[in-house]
Design a protein around this ligand. Sequence first.
Ligand code: IFM
Length: 437
Amino acid sequence: MQFHRRDFPQGFQFGVATSSYQIEGHAFGGAGQTHWDSFAATPGNVVRGEDGARACDHYHRWAEDLDLVAGLGADVYRFSTSWARVLPEGTGQPNPEGLDFYDRLVDGMLARGIKPAATLYHWELPQALADKGGWRNADMPDWFAEMTEVVMARIGDRVWSAAPINEPWCVGWLSHFDGAHAPGMRDIRATARAMHHVLVSHGRSIEVMRGLGMSNLGAVCNFEWAEPASDTPEDIAAATRYDAIYNRFFLGGLFRGDYPAEVLEGLAPHLPQGWQDDFATIRAPIDWLGVNYYTRKLIRHAEGAWPNYAEAPTRLPLTQMGWEIYPEGLRDILIRNARDYSGDLPIYVTENGMANPDRADRPDAERIAYLATHLDAVTAAIAAGAPVAGYFVWSLMDNYEWSLGYEKRFGLVHVDFDSLARTPKASYHALARWWRD
Ligand code: IFM
């Protein structure tokens, strides 16, 4: 399957995405400790106990990495800023080296003709704030507003777009209910508070950025197409609950000023007092919606406590993550999000890609096929009327895949984690051809 820029609407933006903790090397440049450092240092949380201390050493190799972005012909580079790098204690005294780093990085993109798309928070919460309860603490929106001000007062005049938080579902549910990400909690009350505070923090951050005169501000959520494993009423109800928690809770807050009934069934008793009054903040107008999409889940009923669902065996080929390859889900999520929530707002596919057990000396044909079928799904969504304005691949290069360490390779560029040598994969060269004309 071949693609060309001309197959997409005029002005459609192609790009690649990364995040700070996953590539920078957190040990460098005076960054403060984060909850991912302590999570990774706790036996059993992360494969081989790996952490982001060195990662891809992007902190020192950023110029070479931006050359790789430019060599792809990407229009946009979606990166994130590390809270603990700019504010090692979470609030208070900024770290000048951290701010200088993002300043250089943004100028480096502009010098190469690449549009900087900033995300303010991609999961590395400063440990000092985690010690105060992190996302459970009702002061999070104030702390987040302060961090937004510090970062954007420095780079906000030059970024093309900005979003406060990457994937609220991961911050709230995966990290506080499933316990799979830092801080590794499994507590329904913590989950309810984190899921709500993440949205209030988003709204406060948007207000701060508007106050600084910034535009092109958005929200980036992740989505999984969810289907019942069978047509029994129990399985259908379970899939609906999964869909509500994963796909509709955050959009409900952002676009409708309410939360789905299926989620309130479980979380309402645990939400902070007066949560309904926060929707005015949460609904601060945004300019675009970011959609991160990787897979579909088949869901079945499970006995026991709410939310009474479990994943059922998949039916299609899997990626290295064990995630089913299901491009139709991207098409359908784009169409549904526009129809039911974001309307005419531009939608960017802010992440899409696959992990594969790549080697530097073997073409990653699997990734080329994955990207081609998902780009095809984007064109199908556009043909059906969804206002999709861009598509960014996760990820520029192999990196730290959180609790799965360094072995899950998502990159268009292979990274040798001993020598840190970068080698563009076959998928990198394919995209460079597709994006050229
Ligand atoms: O690596 C992550 C990224 O940090 C957020 N979105 C999903 C990616 C793949 O799991």
